[in-house]
Ligand binder design. Sequence first.
Ligand code: AVJ
Ligand code: FE
Length: 442
Amino acid sequence: MLDDDRTGTPAAHPAEPAHADRDSLRARYAAVRKRTEDLAARLSPEDMQVQPRTECSPTKWHIAHVTWFFETFILREVFPRRKPFHPDFPFLFNSYYWGAGPRQPRPERGLLTRPPLDDVYAYRRAIDADMDRLLAIAEPDTLAAMLPVLEIGLAHEEQHQELILMDILDLFSRNPLRPAYRPAEAAPAASGAAAALRWHEHPGGIVGIGHGAPGFAFDNEGPRHDALLRPFRIASRCVTNGEWLAFMQDGGYERPDLWLMDGWGTVQAEGWQAPEYWVRDGDGGGGWLQYGLTGTGPIDPAAPVVHISFYEADAYARWAGARLPTEEEWEAVAAGLPVEGHFLVHPARDALTPRPAPAAVGPVQMFGDVWEWTGSPYRPYPGYRPPAGTLGEYNGKFMSSQMVLRGGCCATPAGHLRPTYRNFFYPHERWAFSGVRLAEDC
Ligand code: AVJ
Ligand code: FE
């Protein structure tokens, strides 16, 4: 990755970066690393051990894996003869990189009761010390060559911060005690009415899609290219819980005519009657409560619906006489807007628990709260080639059978997102903070 022969990019010979640049890189690295540990600080060692199911990982594994990432793709690239911190850790904490060697099977990450948590934190300390020293003293050429990988490493750790919260929510939801990751007192109170839904018209035409500007983006956000859009309308905010309840009361989960074939099959097989983490109210009235990182509470009708699959998003849109926006339509509307919304703030400075809140009253709210399923399959943009080397496996090899989600959510670290950002999950998956926005043809 740092080898110019393999990346095909000519060697850069930049001037010595100012000390302020090095110091700001070191500070950014330290801040991202600390946020992971602050998120984990609310968990017990037992919480951090368990893998509730294949798609989820133990917190202990997450915090080791992101460390392995810096060790493997920066420290061991810059110093090719450097030995791993521990000879077994590359096997244990490689996620899916064939180029990085064999690995623990993903469904068996929860079996790793050894190494103990203390050893994983010692691993973090050791890699962090070496990373900080490298950032402080690396030759300008070395620093310039590692910068793109450092950006990926930091963005990677931020992705895993969101995954830690998703996976802990899934784990805790299987415990009949339904623990709160953070108590409800710190959460926003249930709000009043939802912001009125407005429809924004877009004239269509040829629009530029994808990342083309300076600054970091994941490889899957480019190349920038033109797309032809027909005139469309897009909703100013996401579908709310109140609107979702109307869908349920109208038999939304019982009417096959509303569903795609695979979606209806999943509804039948899984017995879905409501979004993930909705639980029957014990009072016998047939009502619902919502479990989340704050614990179990009433359903806020004004908040966006969350933890729905692509299949449910699609069925809802059909029921509503609308459709999902394509990712190009979504981006055409979002591109001109500041990336402002309800994201994950550093827990030490944040009074709020990650949980979706009602959309602000405003012309259009595209970012934060819930990821939005689009109608677009996760496929390469025209001209996309995965980067050379092992990090080429990061995004490109997942470009089949998944759908694109846009906009970021309340568990996405603030500053992580861009209007061109492409998230992706399989259409049946519900454990991400996923919701839906409607669109229609003009
Ligand atoms: C973009 C969230 C689908 O979970 O596999 C983490 C993020 N990539 N490590 C995933 C990711 C590499 C990715 N998602
Ligand atoms: Fe990863």
